[in-house]
Write a protein that binds this ligand. Structure first.
Ligand SMILES: [Fe+2]
Length: 449
């Protein structure tokens, strides 16, 4: 096996430069309603850089502009943060520079601003053409780091998010109005120094994941967190309105990076779903993320779709695995954030049950799943759901995913029919270069005029 760190090799080998290409070749028919931008963030260290952790590589956004049935352009740009020029996160005096971010985890749009996110830092605003504007602190109202997984309430347009860190206040909850003004900022009582990559937002509650990967200064990879058997794993449920009071539920020792969805069921219980890692799965996956000896062949090992049901009547959590496939990057129709969803999507990882990477669609109602292998040497990215114009069903829409192909050293944007992901792609956009494997992305539709 190569000595190369896995996150700068193979599918993840960085590109060395920024390019722009126009009038991209399209196979099939791009729906004209897909008028906007598909942006995908990920870690792309500068040439010669070997970061100590996958998540420490400089953030680069790959953007594809679709309009009126045409693929107008592709461009890739580093997020130009102080960290790109080598600024340290911890200054010589021990203080933290929240602008020293690689900003490589996610990219979202809210209230007309496009923000590149990484959870230990402030957001970085970029333009629709991917030029970096700079760090953004919501006009001074954001005093902590910001999660890379804010959630827009589909009913109100509010953006709910949080900042977490290894020292008090461990966890701060924020709400920004539909126009982008922070209207609530509150310390969450009872939270601890857990790694909290994501959270849940149901119609009436916020869900906090206080799980057993915690701050550990002995971890020198640049992401100072490790599995902690001594930490009591809990999920917290806090009403979205009223005083910040959290009901904590003891749960089995699993870590969770991503929440597929959270919602209240008809009995008023809180349902939380997402791919969970037990200790072995976490520590094996972590070997890939830091490139330590014996790292596995894929960046996620052992994460399986899981459901927690938190019952306020009993104060107890009931939980179960929903599937045995190894998956990550769960997505849903974001119009269902906070309420019961039937369908979810994920990237399937090669392992005992899958020979290759795949896109998965789960149907919670029937228990069925569709699996679309992307084939040998090919890897898909997160499948972003885009609703179809005039659609009525939850899955009346498209899945957008960028695949990379090592055999041809190329990449494509696939537009899949979310209703039947096993049918041939509705359209395939040929990209002018291989896009390295990355993290999260968003479809940003043009503003309505
Ligand atoms: Fe994430």
């Amino acid at each position: 096996m190569s000595d190369l760190k896995p996150y700068i090799a193979g599918h993840f080998e960085p590109v060395a430069d920024e390019i722009t290409a126009v009038d991209l070749p399209v196979t099939g028919t791009l729906p004209k309603e897909l008028t906007g931008r598909y942006f995908r963030n990920g870690h792309n260290p500068k040439p010669g850089d070997v970061p100590t952790h996958w998540f420490r590589g400089n953030g680069m956004v790959h953007g594809i502009r679709l309009t009126g049935g045409q693929a107008q352009w592709y461009r890739n740009r580093w997020v130009r943060t102080p960290a790109l020029d080598g600024a340290p996160y911890v200054r010589e005096d021990g203080s933290v520079d929240l602008t020293a971010s690689v900003a490589g985890t996610h990219i979202v749009e809210h209230a007309g601003r496009i923000l590149a996110l990484q959870e230990a830092n402030l957001p970085f605003e970029v333009t629709p053409e991917l030029d970096t504007v700079g760090a953004y602190d919501f006009h001074g109202k954001l005093a902590t780091a910001m999660t890379a997984h804010p959630k827009e309430d589909p009913r109100t347009g509010e953006l709910h998010f949080f900042g977490y860190g290894p020292f008090p206040p461990y966890l701060t909850y924020y709400v920004a109005s539909a126009t982008g003004q922070i209207i609530r900022s509150e310390e969450v009582p009872g939270a601890g120094p857990a790694l909290m990559h994501d959270f849940g937002l149901s119609d009436n509650h916020v869900v906090w994941l206080d799980l057993p990967v915690t701050f550990n200064p002995a971890e020198h990879s640049g992401v100072p967190y490790r599995w902690n058997d001594g930490y009591a794993p809990r999920i917290g449920v806090m009403p979205r309105t009223g005083p910040a009071e959290v009901t904590w539920y003891d749960v089995e020792p699993n870590a969770l990076l991503h929440v597929s969805n959270a919602y209240e069921d008809q009995q008023g219980r809180i349902v939380v779903e997402g791919p969970r890692y037990d200790r072995s799965a976490w520590e094996t996956s972590w070997k890939w993320w830091v490139g330590s000896s014996g790292f596995p062949t894929a960046p996620t090992v052992g994460a399986v779709q899981h459901r927690w049901i938190l019952d306020p009547a009993t104060g107890r959590a009931v939980e179960e695995d929903l599937d045995s496939l190894v998956t990550e990057f769960p997505t849903i129709n974001d119009g269902f954030i906070g309420r019961a969803n039937r369908f979810s999507y994920a990237v399937g990882f090669p392992g005992d049950e899958l020979p290759d990477y795949a896109i998965i669609k789960y149907d919670d109602q029937t228990g069925e799943r569709q699996i679309v292998p992307t084939g040998p040497d090919r890897m898909p990215g997160e499948a972003v759901y885009v609703p179809a114009d005039g659609g009525t069903a939850e899955d009346d829409g498209y899945l957008l995913t960028v695949t990379s192909d090592l055999s041809t050293n190329s990449s494509e944007l696939l537009v899949l029919d979310a209703k039947d992901i096993q049918s041939p792609p509705i359209a395939t956009v040929q990209l002018p270069r291989r896009v390295p494997g990355g993290i999260h992305g968003s479809w940003i539709p043009d503003p309505e005029v």
